[in-house]
Design a protein around this ligand. Structure first.
Ligand SMILES: [Zn+2]
Length: 162
C-alpha cells in the first residue's frame, strides 16, 4: 500500500480529494512542524466529511497535549482567517531545495518541482489542487487524536464552506 501523502505524489495527482480540505492539510502540516518539531504527515486521508493525518512521534513524551492541540487548532484557524493567497511556482529541484524539504519526494519525481505557497506561512512541493485564498477553506476543527506505535493521528474536518 502506498503510504505517501498527496503532497508527495508530485507526478500523479489524486482524483477524489476535496480542495479546501487538502489546502487545510498544508496549513496543518506547517503548524505541526512549528509547534511540535514534527515532520509533515507521512500518511494522509483527505475526504470532504472527515480527514486524517498521521505523524511520526518516536518520543511519546513529545506528543501534543490537549492544551497544545487547542493552540494548534487556533493557529490553523488564525492562518485561514488571514485570507492568504495560495499560489504555486514551478522551479528546478535545486531552487526548490532552498525553501522546501524535498527529502520525501519520490525518486521518480520530475526534475522540475511545483512549489505551493500558503502566503508566507507555508511552502511545500505539491502537484494537487488548492483553493486560491485561505478564506475559501472554512473553519478547521480537530475531531479526535490518538497515538499508537509511534504514530500520532489527527482526525479533523473543515466547516462552513463545503
Ligand atoms: Zn497540495
Amino acid at each position: 500500500m502506498n503510504k505517501q501523502t498527496d503532497e508527495n505524489k508530485l507526478n500523479v495527482p489524486k482524483k477524489d480529494y476535496c480542495t479546501p480540505m487538502h489546502t487545510a492539510e498544508h496549513i496543518l502540516n506547517q503548524a505541526m512542524c512549528r509547534n511540535f518539531g514534527s515532520d509533515r504527515a507521512f500518511n494522509a486521508h483527505i475526504e470532504a466529511k472527515k480527514s486524517k493525518c498521521d505523524y511520526h512521534f518516536n518520543d511519546s513524551s513529545k506528543i501534543p497535549t490537549t492544551e497544545a492541540l487547542i493552540v494548534l487548532e487556533a493557529e490553523v484557524n488564525d492562518i485561514i482567517s488571514r485570507n492568504l493567497e495560495v499560489t504555486s511556482r514551478i522551479v528546478t529541484r535545486e531552487e526548490a531545495a532552498k525553501v522546501a524539504d524535498l527529502s520525501r519526494l519520490p525518486k521518480d519525481a520530475s526534475e522540475m518541482v511545483r512549489l505551493v505557497f500558503v502566503g508566507d506561512y507555508d511552502v511545500c512541493p505539491c502537484i494537487g489542487t488548492h483553493v486560491s485564498n485561505t478564506k475559501e477553506i472554512g473553519k478547521f476543527r480537530i475531531i479526535s487524536t490518538d497515538f499508537n506505535d509511534g504514530v500520532f493521528r489527527i482526525r479533523w474536518k473543515v466547516e462552513g464552506k463545503i
